[in-house]
Write a protein that binds this ligand. Structure first.
Ligand code: ZN
Length: 104
């Protein structure tokens, strides 16, 4: 996403500065965040199915507690952490030399 503002670059004097959106955390972090988010969504959405698999009539209460503590709650926080890792930030970047400056 780029806007129409064109400010000449101070550093190289040739390029123009453009607004751009970049991932806040580069490298492996964003794919990791997406993977975490998907895993958390899959486990979170299937926690009822998992419950019905592990629960018998005698152990239903304990099994429900286990599933909530070890699957539903971690999935919720996994979603939050996944979203947090995939956040983007606005930057101003030169289209010639590539200098970036945070724009928030
Ligand atoms: Zn430049």
């Amino acid at each position: 996403m780029q806007s129409k503002i064109e400010i000449p670059c101070i550093l190289c004097g040739i390029g123009h500065l453009q607004m751009d959106k970049k991932l806040r955390y580069g490298g492996i972090v964003a794919p990791l965040g997406i993977a975490l988010l998907l895993l958390a969504l899959i486990f979170g959405c299937n926690s009822l199915r998992i419950l019905s698999l592990v629960a018998t009539t005698e152990t239903e209460y304990a099994a429900r507690e286990m599933v909530i503590f070890y699957i539903t709650i971690p999935s919720f926080f996994g979603c939050l952490i996944g979203l947090f890792l995939c956040r983007t930030k606005k930057v101003i970047q030169c289209n010639h030399c590539g200098t970036t400056q945070a724009a928030e």
